[in-house]
Design a protein around this ligand. Structure first.
Ligand code: SF4
Ligand code: FES
Length: 231
């Protein structure tokens, strides 16, 4: 059947964004990403990001019919209104071109908490006491897709808010290390106290990572510590 993709486009030098229609032939099981690739075959000026095509790399986060999703694991038939699918870039990040956004605020905020992300490794590192049980990793199951920033009403409007993924990283880092000095930025301006607990981040997170819940855990620990009941 025929699907109508309405893609929000903007490129450097354009005064304002505009919506462009692409009509693609596909079945209902086709992913939005595959449909965009079909559109791209007829217009290779259309810019969007992707890599793995199966919900692992986090590159293809977009707003699809008003909701943040990974385009590669979103089927046309599940989201279309009639035969129309509106595709827009993630919110809360500067647009680079069309659907590609600059997610560096998320990476910068994560680096303020922890230059490397930590994950305990059983039975490794006996020769490196002190760091023995830790190794640099991505934030456990976080895909760094940026969907939580786009879904969060605070991250969308407050530029210096560290944002859900970075604050979740702070929460995990404290749980793993017990080192409060590593999370001092997360307890300052733009940190956990700026969260309004909308929890849209956790609802939309495609990895089921629950950044909002982790922010609440860090906030609870910080409050307890301030009141003299925590380490
Ligand atoms: S916490 Fe979830 S929504 Fe946020 S960047 Fe990580 S995987 Fe994406
Ligand atoms: S292309 Fe990797 S998550 Fe979609």
């Amino acid at each position: 059947m025929k699907w109508r993709l309405l893609v929000k486009r903007w490129k450097e030098g354009w005064e304002k964004p505009r919506y462009q229609e692409y009509v693609v032939e596909a079945d209902a099981d086709t992913s939005v990403l595959d449909a965009l690739e079909k559109a791209w075959l007829g217009d290779n000026t259309l810019v969007f990001e992707h890599a793995c095509h199966h919900g692992v790399c986090g590159a293809c986060g977009m707003v699809i019919n008003g909701v943040e999703r990974l385009a590669c694991i979103t089927r046309l038939g599940d989201v279309a209104v009639g035969n129309t699918v509106v595709v827009e870039p993630l919110r809360g990040f500067p647009v680079i071109s069309d659907l590609a956004v600059d997610k560096s605020r998320m990476f910068r905020a994560s680096a303020r908490v922890s230059p490397e992300t930590l994950e305990p490794v059983e039975g490794e590192g006996g020769e490196l006491p002190g760091r023995a049980s830790l190794r640099p990793e991505k934030l456990l199951s976080c895909l760094e897709c940026g969907i939580c920033y786009s879904a969060c009403p605070i991250a969308r409007t407050m530029e210096d808010y560290m944002g859900p993924a970075a604050l979740a990283l702070a929460s995990k880092t404290l749980s793993l290390t017990g080192d409060w000095s590593r999370v001092s930025d997360a307890l300052g301006r733009g940190g956990v106290w700026s969260c309004h607990a909308a929890l849209e981040c956790s609802v939309r997170c495609p990895a089921g990572f629950d950044p909002g819940g982790l922010i609440m855990v860090l906030r609870g620990k910080a409050l307890k510590r301030m009141l003299g009941g925590g380490r």
